[in-house]
Design a protein around this ligand. Structure first.
Ligand SMILES: *Cc1c(COP(=O)(O)O)cnc(C)c1O
Length: 405
């Protein structure tokens, strides 16, 4: 059976070039980078090369990149230690309601520890208003964290503007750029942010590797204590194959950035156009402006998204109902709620994300499947207006607004 992966925002497959670069570091060049003999030195050199590859992708210096075990660890480090480093100056933090849980749950922990957190709302386009940000800053504000691009609706924030306001007010500024990396041009010098988080597995690298960029001159205490790895800033024997894979993925992302963005955006637009041409009552959540190129978050009226997801799975199509974290709990997406959708629309929405291995044939197949499944589900739905007299299977026939044809 055909399988179409449309969940690149959840994770991506490791590219062949990435895997090839990683393989020697498992069983041949397995030395500990801290050792002084040859195979150790090889590992150390490989980590140094990867650090430069990641730094180059975001216009940073290699010494400003610190490898971690995940994007989540980078977010935890930035927030917990960024706040601790400024606690003499205040206890107020600012973030947004649409952050990834790696930020939101860390903020909740910081609130338990006595910090105060302002959660900024967003517009229907999923973006923060810089003026709201400015107004939220008080003389107690020490740290702000606003995600670069959202994982559910794909909205891209005005990071440069926000970072400039933070700088003017003397507030430390962090951004979770896990979704933006490889999908949006990033230059940390131009944007002037203090800290930025990344994860390898969202850019065709391996899982279990991330990085935190810390601008030179910004002192952030260590999060993990132990050995002197990462220039003494992050303990733990380096995940050499993982880091090498991250480096190669970053190099490829840099080389392919333009083509990748054009290709994914045009397939995404084709997908949306085909869905809307073939299925009635489908809307795009969020705004098409300032949006990640591969993101299509669609609202299928009168349908339960979870049911649609399961039927798609049977047909080999993999999408997501909101975020991966919420899909096991069936809690409504905090992001779709934040952009103003009422609950029934939240539950009728699915995220399709497109990446480097998506083809036009894949899209055509998905649209065909969607067409069938949506019409089947709507024929069952008591809320559907799309049933007709002959084939109506409505459980609540009285409330069904029948459509005459
Ligand atoms: C995936 C993701 C993370 C978490 O990264 P991990 O490496 O999976 O821990 C953080 N923030 C955003 C926006 C993400 O999409």
């Amino acid at each position: 059976m055909k399988q179409v992966y449309m969940d690149y925002a959840a994770t991506t497959p490791v590219k062949k070039e990435v895997l090839d670069a990683m393989l020697p570091y498992f069983s041949e060049q397995y030395g500990n980078p801290s050792s002084l003999y040859a195979i150790g030195t090889k590992g150390k050199e490989a980590v140094a090369k990867a650090r430069k590859q990641v730094a180059d992708l975001i216009g940073a210096e290699p010494e400003e990149i610190f490898f971690t075990a995940s994007g989540s660890e980078a977010d935890n480090w930035a927030l917990k230690e960024g706040a601790a480093s400024r606690k003499e100056s205040g206890n107020h933090l600012i973030t947004t309601v649409i952050e990834h849980h790696a930020i939101l749950h860390t903020c909740e922990k910081l609130e338990e520890d006595g910090y105060e957190v302002t959660y900024l709302g967003v517009g229907t386009d999923g973006r923060v208003d810089p003026e709201d940000f400015r107004k939220a800053i008080t003389d107690k504000t020490i740290l702000a964290s606003v995600m670069f691009a959202n994982n559910e609706v794909g909205s891209i924030q005005p990071i440069k503007e926000l970072a400039a306001i933070a700088k003017e007010k003397g507030v430390l500024f962090h951004t979770d750029a896990v979704q933006a990396l490889g999908n949006v041009p990033i230059n940390v010098k131009e944007m002037d942010v203090d800290m930025m988080s990344f994860s390898a597995h969202k850019i065709y690298g391996p899982k279990g590797v991330g990085a935190l960029y810390i601008r030179k001159g910004v002192e952030i205490p260590n999060f993990l204590h132990g050995g002197g790895q990462e220039g003494g800033h992050r303990a733990g024997t380096e995940n050499v194959p993982g880091i090498v894979g991250f480096g190669m993925a970053a190099e490829l992302a840099m080389k392919n950035l333009d083509d990748h963005c054009k290709m994914t955006a045009s397939l995404r637009d084709y997908f949306i156009e085909q869905v809307q041409a073939n299925i009635e009552d489908v809307e795009v959540n969020g705004s098409m402006e300032h949006r990640l190129p591969g993101n299509a978050n669609l609202l299928f009226h009168y349908i339960e998204g979870e049911a649609l997801l399961l039927f798609l799975d049977v047909k080999g199509v993999y999408a997501s109902s909101g975020s991966a974290c919420s899909s096991s709990t069936y809690a409504p997406s905090h992001v779709l709620t934040a952009i103003g959708l009422p609950l029934e629309k939240v539950y009728s929405s699915l995220r399709f994300s497109i990446g480097d291995f998506t083809s036009k044939e894949d899209i055509d197949y998905v649209v065909e499947q969607l067409k069938d499944i949506v019409s089947k589900l709507r024929s069952f739905s008591p809320y559907s207006r799309k049933c007709n007299e002959d084939s109506c299977n409505c459980r609540v026939k009285d409330t069904c607004k029948r459509k005459k044809n």
